[in-house]
Design a protein around this ligand. Structure first.
Ligand SMILES: [Zn+2]
Length: 181
């Protein structure tokens, strides 16, 4: 999931070089030798939900790489022009075709290794009928003891589900912010 390096200048199309800028910046940047544009690269946000109905949560079986065939929570890259919860709701509608009401933020996870921040909201399902999109082979509800822990697509999904069920047992939900090495 690590992004590939920038090859060409976004301003003029010249092949860029990765080097330290002249302004004292200590990180390698993609710099255009022609127009001198410095291309800064920043983390991307991945936004998603834990859709639940009673004691069950909704998981989606991925129909796309990476981790095709593994189970995941509905999530994807945030788009320009939307808030984090709007993006999470959009991804949930697209990947699961679910009907739901958005609730509070459950996890915020920095994943510096891949330059991403993942945010998951709880979402209360209002129907048990799903109409998954092309990115999903199957969308279904799981009780906690049915969760395919060894078949989950991503560590962020596993951590988020663990916090969801732990908070449920406590009878109160919090927002959990932490890093994933
Ligand atoms: Zn340029």
């Amino acid at each position: 999931m690590q992004r590939s390096p920038i090859k060409h200048c976004r301003e003029c199309g010249t092949t860029v070089h990765y080097r330290l800028p002249d302004d004292g910046d200590t990180k390698l940047r993609a710099i255009c030798p022609a127009c001198h544009t410095v291309h800064y690269e920043n983390p991307l946000n991945v936004v998603g939900t834990v859709p639940y109905l009673g004691n069950q949560v909704l998981l989606c079986k991925r129909n796309i790489e990476p981790r095709r065939g593994k189970w995941t929570l509905p999530a994807g890259f945030m788009e320009l022009g939307e808030s984090t919860s709007e993006g999470a709701a959009r991804e949930t509608a697209e990947e699961a075709g679910a009907q739901f009401i958005m609730e509070d933020l459950l996890t915020v996870m920095s994943v510096p290794r891949v330059g991403q921040v993942h945010l998951y909201y709880r979402a209360r399902l209002t129907s048990d009928v799903f109409d998954p999109g092309h990115e999903t082979m199957e969308a279904r509800l799981f009780y906690e003891d049915e969760i395919p822990w060894d078949e989950l697509a991503f560590r962020t999904v596993k951590e988020t589900l663990e916090h969801y069920f732990a908070d449920r047992r406590l009878g109160r939900f919090a927002t959990h912010a932490f890093d994933i090495a």
